[in-house]
Design a protein around this ligand. Structure first.
Ligand code: MG
Length: 215
């Protein structure tokens, strides 16, 4: 019997070393990249509500459908060492693994398939494409594009317990109230405020497997 029956994984800077929105912004000129970076910083310093930032960044970057597909391939190329073997071994042991991300679902689906996670277990931000195949805005009903979205989505899944969540960011730390254990992932970025709210920290998928499987 495994130690956890369900695992909730963040994607950006956890499963993959990439921050997808930054990668998309870098495809634009320096002004766009600087504007997006400033917006992110404003949100982190609470000068702008986090809930507004996601849509605003997307409307500034305006990624195309083909750029989002390219991001999907880069997510896989930037996957953390051992993550594929780890996730597949958990699923083989009957652990349900779900991805819960503030990233773009269309870019995360190829990564999920590569990991052996079914599309129904991928929860991320869905976007609207315009006639020119540009992702012009987030879909109005995207809880993961706002604060409090991750706990809301995870609660609604009624995952088999015990549940474990792993992630690097402030929105992941919000999961402490709805899972049995939250671990800060520090293999890409270590945020002291997230570690402080976590039951512990882990910096690799090799270290995570014995925790998940209870070895
Ligand atoms: Mg993250």
């Amino acid at each position: 019997m495994t130690a956890f029956k369900s695992v909730v994984l963040d994607v950006d800077s956890t499963v993959s070393a990439l921050e997808g929105i930054d990668w998309l912004a870098e495809r634009r000129d320096a002004t766009v990249a600087a504007t997006v970076a400033a917006l992110t910083a404003d949100a982190m310093e609470s000068r702008v509500p986090l809930d507004e930032v996601y849509g605003r960044r997307l409307r500034i970057i305006r990624p195309t459908r083909s750029e989002i597909a390219e991001l999907g391939a880069i997510y896989i190329a930037s996957a953390l060492p051992g993550v594929r073997d780890a996730v597949r071994s958990w699923i083989a042991a009957d652990v349900r693994v779900v991805l819960v991300s503030g990233g773009l679902r269309d870019a995360i689906l190829p990564l999920a398939a590569w990991l052996g996670i079914v599309a129904d277990d991928v929860f991320a931000v869905e976007v609207e494409f315009d006639d020119a195949d540009v992702a012009s805005d987030v879909r109005a009903d995207s809880p993961l594009a706002r604060r409090g979205g991750k706990p809301e989505v995870v609660s609604s899944l009624a995952l088999a317990r015990p549940t474990l969540a792993v992630g690097d960011g402030a929105t992941d730390a919000e999961l402490v109230s709805v899972v049995d254990r939250f671990l800060a992932f520090t293999g890409v970025a270590r945020r002291a405020s997230v570690v402080a709210r976590a039951a512990g920290e882990v910096d690799s998928f090799a270290a995570l497997t014995p925790i998940v499987l209870g070895l």
